[in-house]
Design a protein around this ligand. Structure first.
Ligand code: MN
Length: 248
């Protein structure tokens, strides 16, 4: 088995090292991660500048680009064959609900999925890497389960969020749907030292739909959340309504 591992926090992030270490023995592992923290870059591809592949002193290869760049370049120009699995993470902080649209962690996995490769994104719920080894053990266990049950049956995209707990490996795992968030908090306006008005993107809004069955609910109640994702953004429920608007 061949596994490609990427992330969005950058090739020096502790979460990447923990994920790579946890996958030892499962097969041949390639790591290609962004040079810098690229959290929040979603599915961006760098179309207007060249990308370079470097060998990091920590043994991992990195690219001066986005998470999607890393997986895209790996799959289309670096790896001799498509991997059997693309893994992303472990992210420094949750990727749940609407956050998944902005997530570089999810995007790196999604890039694999778009090329027909099964893919899994892993995130710790809280920032700060507390109990990272336990989260890595959960990732290993999830991958082993997937390899035993789902590989070879077509591509899939899973989004896994792991509570920062020492006993994470013992927590129940539950398949969830994405919750929803309220709109983000307003931007924060400041003056730069040169007198310019500058803006910081504000924090994410609170959970709006966090009921039973959602990723928010699962992690808040001490479970590992596993959400199967799809890419099709079509509003299927309203196709007919809009078709009527432009009916001949
Ligand atoms: Mn990140």
């Amino acid at each position: 088995m061949r596994i490609l591992i990427a992330n969005d926090d950058g090739y020096l992030a502790p979460g990447l090292a923990a994920l790579v270490k946890a996958m030892q023995g499962l097969g041949e592992i390639d790591v290609i991660a962004p040079e810098q923290n690229a959290s929040g870059t979603s599915n961006a591809l760098s179309l207007h500048r060249p990308l370079s592949l470097y060998q990091g002193i920590n043994g991992y290869r990195y690219i001066n680009g986005t998470p999607s760049d890393c997986v895209h370049v790996a799959l289309t120009g670096v790896l001799p064959v498509l991997p059997d699995l693309v893994l992303s993470g472990i992210n420094n902080g949750a990727n749940m609900g609407d956050d998944t649209l902005y997530s570089g962690t999810v995007a790196a996995a999604m890039e694999g999925f778009l090329f027909g490769v099964p893919a899994i994104a892993f995130s710790q719920v809280e920032k700060g890497w507390a109990h990272l080894e336990a989260a890595a053990a959960v990732a290993r266990s999830v991958v082993e389960k997937v390899v035993a049950t789902a590989l070879g049956r077509g591509p899939f995209l899973l989004n896994v969020n792991i509570p920062n707990r020492a006993d994470a490996l013992a927590l129940p795992r539950v398949v969830t749907r994405l919750g929803r968030r309220h709109a983000s908090e307003p931007v924060i306006r400041q003056q730069s030292p040169r007198g310019e008005t500058i803006y910081w993107i504000g924090p994410a809004g609170d959970a709006r739909e966090a009921g039973e069955g959602t990723d928010f609910h699962a992690t808040a109640s001490g479970r590992v959340s596993i959400t199967p994702l799809q890419v099709d953004l079509t509003d299927h429920a309203h196709l007919a309504r809009w078709s009527n608007v432009w009916a001949p």
